[in-house]
Design a protein around this ligand. Structure first.
Ligand SMILES: [Fe+2]
Length: 338
């Protein structure tokens, strides 16, 4: 997405981003939830909530989608906040908790443009997750190992368990913010993150009797291959997966990283991930079956920053018992809550 906050963000990134050096095992990054039949994952994206917003209006608006969606799990795929203070962030998490549905977030390029450090928010989310495990007083499912070697602030996995086995793995990754080294623009998945993903998928396979466990990925900035997916869909409409009543749209050119770090090649080779869901480009909404992997732009959940008022709401990704995926797109207008 276009933005005018990049220099501010860059300064913050330099000042605030911490990078530890502790090595962890793949299992250290894994949380668990129970899988249930026709598991409904609600993807919200690019909420961009800040201190100056009428948060009640935005929460009421998103509640239209959440109540309709009947989700088993909610994920916000980045740009959750812009110019938010701690109080605004805490209220947002309290609002998410009020639905009594497990939820998580990952970070977008704007999530460091706030009045707190990225370490504060990851620490806060880690504590909410600990409360969930300890006494069920939160529904937050989040784990960032703040002193690890892996780039980014939200790289973890959620094993969906069925009959004491990992049925499917939800892999949450941080697509980072901005790049200043070699080109100025959106950052990419770094090699240590690709290695982390690779180790995670291989270890999960090993523990599953050498059988690859299917996975879905959630992050913010689309991979460069999103352009190939759309190009393929323009030639073959059967690749478009948007449900009836939700026309697949590319209303802006993807703002993917200029540099291709080779993540897609690794994902293809390992053969685990069959769906990837992201946001970032607010007025695109397509899901494309590209080379057997679903590339899905989310549906923007608020009208903040820039938006198409006819493309606001959310998407339910249903994970069926045969690991197939189906989609329901929900659209709403602000006048419904005004
Ligand atoms: Fe955004």
């Amino acid at each position: 997405m276009k933005n005018k906050f990049v220099f501010f963000s860059g300064l913050l990134a330099v000042l605030l981003t911490s990078c530890g050096n502790k090595a962890y095992e793949p299992k250290d990054y894994v949380l668990q939830l129970d899988y249930s039949k026709q598991y409904r994952i609600l993807q919200l994206t690019d909420t961009h909530i800040g201190d100056k917003d009428n948060t009640k209006l935005h929460y009421d608006f998103m509640d239209l989608t959440i109540k309709e969606a009947h989700p088993n799990f909610i994920i916000v795929t980045g740009d959750v906040f812009t110019f938010a203070s701690k109080g605004t962030a805490i209220n947002y998490f309290n609002w998410l908790d009020s639905h009594k549905v497990p939820w998580t977030i990952t970070f977008g390029n704007h999530d460091e443009q706030c009045w707190y450090s990225i370490d504060w928010i990851t620490g806060y989310l880690n504590k909410l997750n600990e409360k969930r495990i300890k006494d069920g007083s939160s529904y937050c499912v989040f784990k960032d190992l703040q002193d690890d070697k892996v780039q980014g602030n939200a790289n973890f996995a959620i094993n969906l368990m069925k009959d004491d086995k990992v049925f499917e793995q939800l892999i949450v990754m941080d697509s980072n913010r901005y790049n200043y080294n070699g080109y100025f623009g959106y950052d990419y998945f770094h090699q240590d993150q690709i290695d982390w993903y690779s180790a995670l998928v291989k270890e999960t396979k090993k523990e599953n009797g050498d059988v690859t466990v299917p996975s879905l990925m959630f992050y913010h900035i689309p991979l460069p291959e999103v352009r190939d997916a759309w190009a393929a869909a323009k030639k073959d409409e059967s690749l478009i997966l948007n449900p009836t009543g939700s026309k697949a749209q590319e209303n802006e050119e993807p703002c993917n990283p200029d540099y291709n770090s080779g993540f897609y090649k690794v994902i293809k080779e390992l053969g685990s991930t069959h769906g990837m869901y992201f946001g970032h480009d607010h007025i695109n909404n397509y899901i494309i079956n590209y080379e057997g992997i679903h590339f899905g732009y989310g549906i923007k959940a608020t009208d903040r920053v820039y938006a198409d008022d006819s493309l606001l709401g959310g998407r339910v990704i249903t994970l069926n018992e045969d690991h197939s995926l189906s989609y329901e797109d929900y659209y709403h207008e602000y006048k419904e809550v005004m």
